[in-house]
Design a protein around this ligand. Structure first.
Ligand code: ATP
Length: 363
């Protein structure tokens, strides 16, 4: 069925879905255009204001159920989107920090599942996730990256992923994409990363489940999960749905970033996920012209903090122009210039992480 006919069929099944005012969703101007991010998957949005989001959650769920009745559709992802951009809102209920075990069969071919988290946004968590994944691959491991950063999925850009995911051999799950020798899939491959999404609890759950349990990750030594920044609902959804081996925390040396990193460590400890180590990113700047070292965000703060809290320190990544440039171009420096100073720092960090995983008898 072509996309236009499928859109017409979708309108037909959505006729029975009622808005809070009793009108049909199909006839309202709130319905966004349907897309097919992958075979057997459909995705569309319902436009709401931030204030309406809670009242529209049942509509969103009913729309997902209705869309999954369409022939050939196995999974629907329906999102609430707002016209104006605003900060992501946490769900109504505060997250319950209780350890939860993911279903045993999930990710059974993956030896170690590691969350890469930061506490504070913008410290280079996603860039470090990709760099670390490539450094682990450089050491001979088979590595996957799952981008669960629902507030700013950047893995497609960092790896230059433009293809659409395809169905796996079982005809049910998705196959991850391949880039630079890594398996990778991003929440940005399932939803439009440019719309202002209002992520609510159940919506986060369904997006995260699709990435974790409904993707055929195959046999991997390590799966790195690029976590959403912060310590709220979205992080909880990831931790509860993935059988995590441990977490790695990325921080810059600044006090402000370290306070949030500490919060992140406390969250993982509460959830009984071992913290495998801390990485100091943007540690110092080595001037390519004069060779001088400049400690723009300070230096050594994360090492000191890790020692104080009693978690391993994995190493430092210098602030490097070529790393930023490569990240923007989707040409990660660890893949293109593993011999560079920053490449070597990351490979050394990956070596530390590999040791930790070996000590646990996982790889
Ligand atoms: N070591 C580094 N040297 C130079 N630039 C870096 C370094 N690490 C990250 N960056 C740059 O910093 C910016 C932020 O990085 P990134 O998007 O990885 O952060 P993040 O913590 O994942 O952000 P968010 O919280 O928004 O998801 C990017 O432009 C990236 O290229």
């Amino acid at each position: 069925m072509d996309l236009n006919r499928r859109r017409a069929a979708l309108r037909a099944v959505l006729a029975s879905v009622r808005l809070p005012d009793g009108r049909s969703l199909a006839d309202s101007s709130r319905l966004g255009a349907m897309t097919e991010p992958a075979p057997g998957r459909v995705s569309f949005s319902i436009r709401v204001t931030a204030e309406e989001a809670e009242a529209f959650e049942p509509v969103r769920l009913a729309a997902e159920k209705a869309a999954e009745r369409l022939p050939g559709v196995q999974k629907a992802l329906v999102m609430l989107t707002a016209e104006r951009t605003e900060a992501p809102k946490p769900a109504a209920a505060p997250p319950q920090l209780k350890p939860a075990k993911a279903p045993a069969k999930v990710l059974e071919g993956v030896k170690a599942v590691i969350a890469v988290a930061s506490g504070k946004g913008g410290v280079g968590k996603s860039t470090t996730t990709i760099s670390l994944a490539l450094a682990l691959r450089h050491l001979g491991l088979k590595v996957g990256v799952l981008d669960a950063d629902i507030y700013g999925p950047s893995v497609p850009t960092l790896l230059g992923l433009t293809a659409k995911p395809q169905l796996a051999a079982d005809g049910r799950r998705l196959r991850p994409l391949e880039a630079w020798g890594l398996q990778a899939l991003s929440v940005g491959n399932l939803v439009d990363p440019d719309t202002a999404m209002i992520w609510r609890g159940p919506m986060i759950q369904s997006a995260i489940t699709q990435l974790i349990a409904e993707v055929d990750w195959g046999r991997l030594d390590v799966l790195l999960i690029d976590m959403p920044p912060g310590t709220g609902d979205a992080q909880l959804a990831v931790v509860q749905q993935s059988p995590l081996t441990g977490a790695v925390i990325v921080s810059t040396p600044q006090d402000l970033a370290l306070i949030d990193a500490r919060r992140g460590i406390a969250m993982f400890r509460k959830l009984e996920v071992p913290v495998l180590g801390v990485i100091e990113n943007m540690s110092q700047f080595i001037c390519p012209d004069c060779g001088g070292r400049h400690e723009i965000f300070g230096h050594g703060g994360a090492r000191e903090e890790a020692r104080r809290i009693g978690v391993p320190f994995l190493g430092e990544v210098p602030l490097t122009m070529a790393l930023r440039r490569g990240a923007d171009l989707g040409r990660p420096i660890v893949a293109t210039e593993p011999e560079s100073q920053v490449g070597q720092s990351l490979i050394a960090i990956a070596g530390e992480l590999r040791l930790a995983l070996r000590d646990k008898g996982l790889i």
